[in-house]
Design a protein around this ligand. Structure first.
Ligand code: HEC
Length: 146
């Protein structure tokens, strides 16, 4: 039952991803996923990490953390747009992404060491890191990319 639900979530998010991608239309040669699709994938990987922690499934936790750390690259055209609007703040935006990246790598390492205490501590820091960027940039970036 649980597995079915998770699969349904993943399928839904994949379908979403395809729709969002098709909707871009303007840049058919563009490589990489849109920022929104990357975020939707982070959402799935973050949920998978939570489940893995509760299930004490260290291998799955390490996988999910690695997927978060190495999410798809934001397309160059999107980066340029963001840089043009955010200016000097682009550095902070990138740092927010790097913070999540490093925490995800810490979680992967802790999972490999079966160190639950560190995993939990880093995972809650990661939630804060995701949300810190959303608080500062999410609505602004949505406006910029609109
Ligand atoms: C560097 C900044 C930044 C970080 C870090 C970040 N996000 Fe986001 N997130 C955004 C922006 C910007 C959007 C809005 C994208 C859009 O709608 O085009 C967004 C949107 C989202 C959405 C909504 C997608 C939708 O369908 O509307 C989800 C879910 C999400 N992020 C999850 C996460 C998770 C989980 C993490 C951490 C693992 C995370 N984000 C870390 C910037 C960030």
């Amino acid at each position: 039952m649980k597995k079915v639900l998770l699969q349904a979530m993943i399928v839904t998010s994949l379908v979403w991803g395809v729709q969002a991608h098709a909707g871009e239309g303007m840049e058919p040669m563009q490589k990489g996923e849109s920022l929104k699709v990357i975020m939707q994938q982070l959402n799935v990987d973050y949920a998978a990490l939570n489940i893995a922690i509760f299930m004490e499934d260290y291998a799955a936790a390490a996988d999910a953390a690695q997927n978060i750390a190495y999410h798809d690259a934001v397309p160059m055209a999107t980066k340029k747009k963001l840089k043009a609007s955010l200016g000097k703040e682009m550095k902070m935006f990138k740092q927010a992404d790097m913070k999540v990246h490093h925490l995800a790598l810490d979680i992967e390492k802790a999972a490999q060491a079966k160190d639950m205490k560190t995993m939990i501590a880093k995972q809650s820091q990661m939630l804060s890191a995701c949300m810190a960027c959303h608080t500062s940039y999410r609505n602004r970036v949505i406006d910029i990319l609109r």
